[in-house]
Design a binder for this molecule. Structure first.
Ligand code: HEC
Ligand code: HEC
Length: 210
């Protein structure tokens, strides 16, 4: 019995109960506070370190918002941007509101091209070489793989992509004991940790950007 109820609990933790009535109109209202940093169209704002949200898979946004809210992300000293977002995630105080927010973000048109670029001088062919091991999880077209928990990379801003690789390598992300997806990614990010490599990768990933 005990086993059954803990299994049920794990399911409840893993999967947000589906509200048939996820409401993008209520989500639009809830999103107003997010727009201050992420932009009204979810286009992102590099100056304040807030990434683009439009075009990112709902399942991945959901995991990251709950990671911030539940202390798995944004908890390490020195993670200034993460701490800022963790504070905002506290405001998403019900599963209903989370569903509405995701429905609204899902309705935003995908921006044409990313804001911000990799540094000039970054080497696309070196990036392509470095990308080889990444494709096992993120896909050869950088389309992501939900069953592995690995997000698509095509809609990410180049600057955010490089910053997050550094955050994993530096242990700002992927070090919380219950962040198993983050830990997988951190293992990869620590295998190459020079800024040049990160910029080359960012430049390569952006060549396929929508
Ligand atoms: C005060 C500015 C600010 C506000 C307001 C804000 N965010 Fe953020 N958000 C950030 C920053 C900065 C990051 C990047 C954190 C990092 O670098 O780890 C971020 C990251 C995220 C991410 C992670 C994306 C990814 O690909 O890793 C999601 C999802 C997100 N925010 C959703 C939201 C939602 C939904 C709201 C409204 C409830 C919101 N944010 C409000 C600043 C903000
Ligand atoms: C073993 C599978 C695996 C491999 C290989 C892998 N990743 Fe990941 N990656 C993940 C998972 C899972 C996540 C989500 C982690 C989380 O939830 O924090 C992720 C997240 C990311 C993110 C953060 C995206 C965001 O919006 O927050 C970036 C950037 C990234 N990976 C780039 C890469 C690059 C570049 C490589 C190759 C050097 C790579 N990954 C190799 C599994 C993998």
């Amino acid at each position: 019995m005990r086993l059954v109820s803990s299994t049920l609990m794990m399911c409840a933790l893993a999967v947000r109960p589906a509200f048939a009535q996820d409401d993008p109109v209520a989500g639009e209202r809830a999103y107003e506070v997010c727009a201050g940093c992420h932009g009204f169209l979810g286009e992102g704002n590099q100056t304040i370190g807030a990434p683009r949200l439009a075009g990112i898979e709902g399942w991945y946004l959901e995991r990251q918002i709950t990671n911030f809210r539940d202390g798995r992300r944004g908890h390490v000293d020195g993670d200034v941007n993460g701490a800022r977002m963790a504070l905002m995630a506290q405001a998403v105080d019900s599963e209903r509101e989370l569903g509405d927010l995701l429905a609204w973000i899902d309705s935003l048109p995908e921006p044409g091209s990313s804001s911000g670029t990799a540094q000039s001088g970054a080497d696309v062919s070196s990036g392509q070489r470095l990308y080889a091991p990444c494709s096992a999880c993120h896909g050869s077209e950088r389309q992501g793989n939900e069953s592995l928990g690995a997000p698509g990379l095509v809609s990410l801003d180049g600057w955010y992509f490089a910053e997050q690789l550094k955050a994993y390598a530096d242990g700002l992300r992927g070090t919380h004991p219950s962040d198993s997806y983050g830990a997988q990614m951190r293992a990869l990010a620590t295998s190459f940790d020079t800024e040049d490599e990160r910029q080359d990768l960012a430049r390569y990933v952006m060549t396929l950007q929508r």
